[in-house]
Design a protein. Sequence first.
Length: 450
Amino acid sequence: MHGVWSSRWTFILAATGSAVGLGNIWKFPYITGENGGGAFVLVYLVCIALVGIPIMMAEVLIGRRARMSPINAMKYAADEAALPHAWAAIGWMGVLAGLMIISFYSVVAGWAIQYIFTAASGTFTGITGESAGGVFANFLQSKGTLLLWHSLFMVMTLGVVAAGVTRGLGAVARVLMPVLFVMLALLLVYAVIKGNFSAGFAFLFDFKFDKLTWSGVLKALGHAFFTLSLGMGAIMAYGAYMPAQGSLAKTVITVGVLDTVVALVAGLAIFPIVFAAPGLEPSAGPGLMFISLPVAFGGMPFGVLFGALFFVLVTIAAWSSAVSLIEPGVAWLIESGKFSRATATSLLSGVAWLGGVACIYSNNWLEDKPGGVFSFVFESLDFLTSQVMLPLGGLLIALFVGWFMRRAIVQSELDAEEHPLFDIWLFVVRWLSPLLVIIVLIAGLVEKFQ
Ligand code: PHE
């Protein structure tokens, strides 16, 4: 037994902590920028509503039903449905995806930690775009520094996961999430007052479709999975610690809405700041947060303070997500009966740490692609996980719950014996989300590789 969240709210905060991360604050703004803004945001929102949230309910449902790690939860649920244990492949793929994600996630979180200090030291005051690009490029060349922050971040992650569900994951979420919301609100106020709010707003919500391609749609779909921590078992593992009472549907919808609000607020804070500085491009790519934003902060009153604050916020958000990337594997190792939580966590953190080292040392960051910060290993890990493995995992979860779990079980887990929305949800999970995922996966991959 791994423990139970102390209340329904702890689950909400922990799941939101997992969902809200680099995906919302770093990735969402830059992929939106790269894909032309408004139309991409609209597709992303549709994916959240029609695919993400319904599948999230399915994933949490399996976890809460079985009360085990995703690998064993899938075995349990397969037994209940008289299906082969091969369904546990969903859990296995998830553990692998988690390790692949954390490999680059922790490195980027390390960038954010460094930038707390760089921003606080006043380096960015009055800086030009070119020099900010130089600062970032130099930083990416100092592998030792990258390694140091990546290692520190992994130790922070290990510490929380090793402390367990109640004293670690739950306690941290209850403290960090409110802090994060307050900081984000402050930043939004700052952007509204000091930034070019109307330009930022228009960029996010002007739904023009001419720039949208199938591979852009696949990115939006993949991001919906990534940002909700879906399709790899993180949210299933958290569901396993959910108290039995309390509405699963409402809880999950709350998490989905909070995550979406944070992404939109992050966009509404970041783009007005970027547009306020002359010559900055919203389409700057992964460097958006590390080049454009510092320039913008550097030209604004109290920029040193708010710049540093911003990177503290990013670090916190990344931290509460990273813990959920290894929890599925840790829970499984503990269940095998051979490992204590501390040993299990150390083992997987070690693997994740090596993954990060591979990311750091295999990359000639800026040489591979002029202006880019991703090179092959980094980009492949990101692409394979968010645009292939997570949608695939989500698809299988939807099919499993929609078609194979006994209807009575699903209904009782959802407390929905009589609920009129139940049939709609079931239709979505059986037909709509799987079809959307299949179409977008195929069309997106074909377009990308042709
Ligand atoms: N949802 C996290 C984010 O947006 C990333 C994540 C993905 C965490 C998958 C756990 C599982 O940053």
